[in-house]
Ligand binder design. Structure first.
Ligand code: NAP
Length: 375
């Protein structure tokens, strides 16, 4: 939902407008050769148990969550059928994932419906995060809106679609320039008093905005883009979270599939594709970032891990309050991503990793100054 991103809606729209051109979709190597073997599943479950949980403020979640956006949003693939996505969500629960991310705007509305349906049988065992912040007209997004009455109505709709009586983590998706964040925090505070929301989150806001909101209502989590390639929020934003006891939830943790080895230097996107609007997916940027991918692959060879696993393990090793939510439409990718929990870096390794990473030039990514600006 970043600025300047084009959205596509509907399967037809996606197919006609956003075909991946060129030789893009190389299959990622799997961590678990045979996902059905009980011993492998058990060993993954044990790993997750051993790794325990992470805290987003006072909210306990699995150390890696599941981003459900691309199941219905049409962002990276055509919207998919509930019958195919429910097993992915339920399969994630079986693998120990307890943290599920959706938003009113994904679809819009259809992703929340899917998540609600999939998680209804295990509702009390999982944490559902969703986001408000937009108006909708004729089934399309129509600008930002966080006026109190609009937020209250939005939450009523979210509760129905999610088939629940409370939203565990209710995020403001994007700051509305017409509504001070303190007012939004005040609205969420009332919703928390009424039991309709349990925790408050923000997305893509500056340290100043985080502080203002946190004064009015404790913020449990900040969700913003962070990966090996998109590192602008290091320092100011993540440090602010650390100082205030707020969890940090990186979206785009495998750089929209790039760090999952999903693309190569020949990958190209048609004009209307979501990827075409992302400045770090231009041909020049892809070429530059192949060096990051090569480097991640090298570490993968050292640690017997896939690039996605290295990328997620690196995020987890940055701070104990970081909880990535890789998005996927495939259960084998959920398994692979959860496998990152068994990969650790020593301090020396992290230093060595960081020193090389810093020297790789990046193209089309956010500059550090953007960390201080609400998106
Ligand atoms: N707050 C915000 O503004 C905001 C913005 C965007 C997203 N989000 C949330 O954050 C979540 C994650 O972000 P994201 O989906 O944009 O980016 P992401 O998680 O970095 O990348 C998702 C893409 O990576 C692929 N992928 C995932 N695991 C993989 C693996 N192991 N190997 C190869 N490919 C893999 C997926 O393809 P397959 O389906 O083929 O696995 C998918 O197309 C979203 O689902 C959404 O819930 C929030």
């Amino acid at each position: 939902m970043e600025k300047n991103k084009k959205t596509t809606s509907g399967r037809r729209g996606f197919l006609s407008k956003s075909a991946l051109l060129g030789a893009g979709m190389a299959a990622a190597p799997l961590a678990f050769a045979n996902p059905n073997r009980i011993s492998e599943k058990t060993s993954l479950q044990n790993t997750i148990k051993k790794q325990g949980k992470r805290m987003l403020g006072s909210l306990e979640v699995s150390p890696i969550g599941l981003g459900c956006m691309s199941m219905k949003s049409g962002s990276y693939n055509p919207p998919l059928e509930n019958k195919d996505m429910i097993p992915v969500i339920r399969g994630a629960v079986d693998l120990g994932v307890t943290f599920f991310d959706t938003a009113e705007v994904y679809g819009p509305f259809t992703d929340e419906k899917l998540v609600g349906k999939a998680l209804a049988p295990v509702r009390d065992k999982v944490v559902i995060a969703s986001k408000f912040g937009f108006s909708f007209e004729n089934g399309e997004r129509a600008g930002r809106n966080s006026r109190p009455e609009h937020v209250r109505n939005a939450v009523e709709g979210m509760l129905k679609r999610l088939k629940t009586d409370r939203i565990d983590l209710l995020y403001l998706h994007r700051l509305d320039p017409n509504v001070p964040v303190e007012e939004v925090a005040g609205t969420v505070k009332d919703l928390i008093r009424e039991g309709k929301a349990l925790h408050f989150g923000l997305s893509e806001v500056s340290p100043t905005t985080i502080r203002k909101a946190h004064e009015e209502q404790t913020v449990s989590a900040l969700q913003s883009e962070y990966s090996l390639i998109q590192r602008a929020l290091e320092n100011e934003v993540i440090d602010t979270c650390g100082e205030l006891g707020i969890g940090f939830v990186p979206w785009g943790p495998v750089c929209r599939g790039f760090l999952g080895d999903k693309f190569n230097e020949y990958s190209r996107f048609s004009e209307d594709s979501r990827f075409a609007a992302v400045p770090y997916f231009t041909p020049e940027a892809i070429k530059a970032h192949m060096k990051v991918l090569q480097f991640v692959r090298e570490w993968g060879r050292k640690k017997n891990a896939t690039p996605a696993q290295i990328s997620l393990a690196w995020l987890l090793s940055q701070k104990p309050f970081i909880v990535p939510i890789p998005g996927t439409t495939k259960l084998h990718h959920v398994k692979e991503n959860q496998g990152a929990l068994s990969i650790t870096f020593s301090d020396t390794e992290l230093k060595e990793f960081g020193e090389v990473l810093e020297k790789i030039p990046l193209v089309g990514v956010r500059g550090p100054e953007t960390a201080l600006i609400d998106q």
